[in-house]
Unconditional design. Structure first.
Length: 265
C-alpha cells in the first residue's frame, strides 16, 4: 500500500493516470494554464526546424523568464552569479547523481502536485504517510533552498516543452515510445496480473531508449511502450544538457504492461 492519490492539475483522476488502461490508451495531458500563460514560447517553438533549434528557443525563453543563463547550467554554483540550485537543470543533474537526493524529492513533489501521484519509494519504501520514509521525503521536498525562483513553474514549462517536442518533432502522430529499464529479479514492483506482466513504477523513474544501457542497471531488463503524455524529460530533447550518453527518459509513475526481454547475447 502507498499513500493515497491526490488532486492534480491535468484534468484526469490520478487513479486513471496510474492505471494500465491509461498506459495502453493515453489521452493528451495539459497542465492547467501553462501553455496559455506562455504563448510566446510556443510561437518561438513553432519556428524551430529541429531539436537543436527548439532547445535553443526553450533555453532563451527560460533565461528571459527566470533569469537562467545557459552557460551557468553546466557549471558549479558561484557566489558571484545566480544560484545554480534554483534551475530545473540543477534538479535534473541532482537526479542523475542520485534519484533519492533532495533534488529527486523536489521532482517527485512536482509530480505529486501536478499529477496527484505520491512516491512509493524515496531512499526507502513508503507504505503510509506515517512512515519515517514519508517524513524524510517531505523534508527533502520542502527544503526552501530548492523552491526559489518558481521551480515548479520551471518544471511545468519543461514538461510542456518535452510534450511539444515529442508530438511535433520526434513522434508526430504516435502515442508511445519504447523504453527499457533494468530491474532486480526479486523486485516487488514487477508482478503478474492475469496474463500480463506489470511493472509498478514509482512516481518518477528513470528509463532509457537504449537496451544496452538498461542491461547495466538490473539482473534483467523489461521494455515498456511508454505513453508520451507521461514523459517528463528526455535528455536527447535538450541539446545543451550535459549528460546524454545514457539516453535517459524520466517516466511519470503508475502501472505499465511490460515485456521481460531475453538476455543480451
Amino acid at each position: 500500500m502507498t499513500p493515497p492519490f491526490g488532486p492534480n492539475l491535468v484534468g484526469l483522476p490520478a487513479a486513471i493516470l496510474a492505471s494500465v488502461d491509461y498506459a495502453v490508451a493515453p489521452s493528451e495531458l495539459r497542465i492547467a494554464g501553462v501553455r496559455e500563460m506562455n504563448a510566446p514560447l510556443f510561437e518561438m517553438l513553432g519556428l524551430a526546424g529541429d531539436i537543436a533549434e527548439a532547445s535553443d528557443a526553450f533555453a532563451k525563453y527560460m533565461t528571459a523568464i527566470f533569469g537562467l543563463e545557459a552557460p551557468q547550467w553546466r557549471e558549479q554554483p558561484s557566489a558571484r552569479g545566480p544560484s545554480f540550485r534554483h534551475s530545473f537543470v540543477r534538479l535534473l543533474l541532482g537526479w542523475e547523481h542520485d534519484s533519492f537526493s533532495r533534488e529527486g524529492a523536489v521532482l517527485k513533489g512536482w509530480v505529486e502536485s501536478r499529477f496527484g501521484l505520491p512516491p512509493a519509494h524515496h531512499g526507502e519504501r513508503i507504505s503510509d504517510v506515517a512512515d519515517p520514509s514519508w517524513r524524510a521525503y517531505v523534508e527533502d521536498n520542502l527544503g526552501s533552498a530548492y523552491h526559489a525562483n518558481s521551480i515548479h513553474a520551471q518544471l511545468d514549462l519543461l514538461y510542456e516543452y518535452v510534450q511539444w517536442a515529442l508530438r511535433t518533432l520526434v513522434r508526430p502522430g504516435q502515442t508511445h515510445l519504447r523504453l527499457y529499464r533494468g530491474v532486480d529479479r526479486a523486485s516487488e514492483q514487477l508482478f503478474r496480473r492475469e496474463s500480463k506482466m506489470i511493472l509498478r513504477v514509482n512516481s518518477l523513474s528513470s528509463f532509457t531508449t537504449d537496451r544496452a544501457t538498461a542491461d547495466c542497471f538490473g539482473s534483467r531488463v523489461v521494455s515498456v511502450q511508454a505513453p508520451l503524455p507521461k514523459i517528463l524529460f528526455a535528455n536527447a530533447l535538450l541539446a545543451f544538457f550535459p549528460f546524454r550518453a545514457e539516453r535517459e527518459v524520466l517516466l511519470i509513475g503508475g502501472d505499465y504492461p511490460v515485456t521481460v526481454e531475453p538476455p543480451a547475447p
